[in-house]
Design a protein around this ligand. Sequence first.
Ligand code: NAP
Length: 330
Amino acid sequence: MFKALLVEKDDAGYRASVKDIADAQLPEVAEGAVTVRIDYSTINYKDGLAITGKSPVVRKFPLVAGIDFAGVVETSHHAAWSPGDKVVLNGWGVGESHSGGLAQRARVKGDWLVALPDGLSTRQAMAIGTAGYTAMLSVLALEGHGLTPASGDVLVTGANGGVGSVAIALLSRLGYRVVASTGRPEAADALKQLGAAEVIARDELSAPGKPLAKERWAGVVDAVGSHTLANACAATKLRGAVAACGLAQGMDFPASVAPFILRGITLYGIDSVMAPLALRRRAWERLARDLDAAKLEAMTREIGLADAVAAGSDILAGKVAGRLVVNVNA
Ligand SMILES: NC(=O)c1ccc[n+]([C@@H]2O[C@H](COP(=O)([O-])OP(=O)(O)OC[C@H]3O[C@@H](n4cnc5c(N)ncnc54)[C@H](OP(=O)(O)O)[C@@H]3O)[C@@H](O)[C@H]2O)c1
């Protein structure tokens, strides 16, 4: 038996709770399957949606929640993995259609796993979590575009969130001047400690705006979507780039083509769930190298599995700052 945060939906309604699960309830042992003893998972925005049922993230019931985990291989039917290997997993439908990571044990395809990079502990990997890995994918997209610190200011929206906090820490360490947009002005000092050079109010970007605005951003990491993303594009400099990775304000994109056809800006879509393995490995290697461990720790709070249900509601309510790491064995 092992403990897991189980999401159920039946005549009694939609609910999430910590339960004791029999090993027999894990996905069946098939060729390529790897069973992992999990050390840590985390609460990402999507976990909040899955735990509360606010969006249809979970596709089959009952299902163990949790879109990511870090732990140690227990048994392997995959040539690449052996017992004792330290691994990290993000996405691939885990916690959506496949049994998830908010549990003491998981069985997944070995093809989905990434080796924990040297220099990161399993706790640090989940302090980073899918939010931080997505921030790194966004930075990689901007770098791939040719952005350098000399290009100009980089805007990070949803600054106090998981993606935003890690993006700020990464970009500032890489030498960029980061402008952080937040709806929590009281957190301005903490954002500056993380590396933001300037903090602006969320309201400056969240209302309907003009098709083109004064050129301000060389690059953007946007975790918010909707009018914020549209306004970020409208104020992106000639040939600049925007990485769209989130929808905290909304899934809509009420924009015009003006920034694309008059300023040649590029909008990169960031998908962490189905990202190819080579890109994942690159992102995790870069996180191990470029993320300041002290800043990561400063933005992280540890909770136990029993606290994860409440944390799922809290993250959707905007009450969580930085990252929540879940010690599944606490
Ligand atoms: N593309 C992918 O593969 C991928 C992967 C991971 C996450 N995501 C998405 O990225 C987003 C952020 O994820 P996360 O885990 O970092 O969540 P999070 O920790 O809850 O961060 C979201 C942040 O957005 C801001 N925000 C919340 N509601 C808002 C609103 N109505 N209008 C404007 N800003 C608002 C808040 O920052 P302030 O308080 O500072 O304003 C909040 O902290 C989510 O939409 C998530 O689904 C996508």
